[in-house]
Write a protein that binds this ligand. Sequence first.
Ligand code: B16
Ligand code: MG
Length: 234
Amino acid sequence: MKRVACAIFDLDGVLTSTTAEHFQAWSMLFLKHFGIELDPKLESLTRGVSRISSLEVLLNHYQIELSEDKKRRLANEKNRYYKHLIETFDEGNLLPGARELLETLKEREIKIALASASKNSGVLLNRLKIDGYFDYVVNPSRIKGKPNPDIFVKAQKYFGLKASECIGFEDALAGVEAIKKARMFAIGVGFEDLSKADLVVESLPQLTNGILDRILEGKQVHGRHRTSSSKNRT
Ligand code: B16
Ligand code: MG
């Protein structure tokens, strides 16, 4: 691994949390159209997954078959509910440590990119008042979803960098897999089993400047590091 030149971020679950709003919007849709109260356990299956794929996951679970046109209309309706739910989002919805991390990366002249599956990410970055930190936001349309590495590779290529000069941040297993397939250093954030990541932190403030400096200098590549007390330290 080389000195890091670019940090590529997922959005939901890393910099902010829109998980509840996404699932609430799906719940409203399923109740209205199918009279189904969604099982909360299904939420994790839709995390980090595109809008239409999330719908297909939920329909499959309840063995509901629909035409492509009907699916598209339902996905659009869910998005209307979701957009309404995130109307009140502001800086207070940033996850702890997010702004500080972006600030530190900017100070060190690291390029910053967004690799979110969400087509609402532009609006969210704006509402969270962090859009100014981003040098590039990958458009997720027509890009294969995670765990395919394309969204991370797109950011890398935009800057003309090598994969070994990039690091990725993700809260979902599929996202960590995408980063690893892109041959980048993967930082897993959260409580899910992200054991495929090179480093796992439960939240961004655990990524102290000391650890971050080592990563940015490309010194961290050997072994796995865990700051979670419940997991083995190496
Ligand atoms: P949209 P991420 C993902 O965000 C969400 O985790 C996932 O629940 C959602 O279905 C997906 O974005 C698409 O979002 O409907 O707004 O286009 O984790 O990739 O930042
Ligand atoms: Mg995510």
